[in-house]
Design a protein. Structure first.
Length: 131
């Protein structure tokens, strides 16, 4: 699937969701994710994951909603880690000219990622215990 058609499907899904056709919107949003690989660029991916989660929340399907919320969260965590790595690889010449940027260190990011994984496991245990 071409990236433009993914974006088009996403826009169609948003329109259908605004018109109140959640089932068709969900179908569009899920179709956007089919066959998506790491190397492909789908700029609306986090928004798409968020919209899917909202539809599942409206349907009171909290387990599936949580999965898509976690996927959205993971998208942003990976983006932050990649950004931090990119900033670290640009060298110390920027640090000398810009000073400290207030960004978290790699160790702090790793600790936060570990805490996030622990919270995800806890959430999954809570869901399993309610079944």
């Amino acid at each position: 699937m071409l990236n433009g058609s993914r974006e088009g499907l996403f826009e169609l899904g948003k329109q259908l969701q605004q018109e109140g056709d959640s089932k068709a919107a969900l179908h569009c949003f899920l179709s956007c994710l089919l066959g998506l690989t790491h190397v492909q660029s789908f700029h609306s991916l986090p928004n798409c994951l968020h919209q899917i989660a909202e539809i599942y929340i409206d349907d009171k399907n909290y387990g599936k909603a949580l999965q898509f919320i976690q996927a959205e969260k993971m998208f942003y965590e990976v983006a932050l880690i990649e950004l931090t790595s990119l900033q670290a690889s640009t060298g110390s010449q920027e640090e000398g000219t810009l000073g400290t940027s207030g960004c978290l260190s790699q160790e702090e990011l790793s600790e936060q990622a570990s805490q996030a994984q622990d919270l995800e496991r806890l959430a999954q245990l809570c869901i399993m215990s309610k079944r």
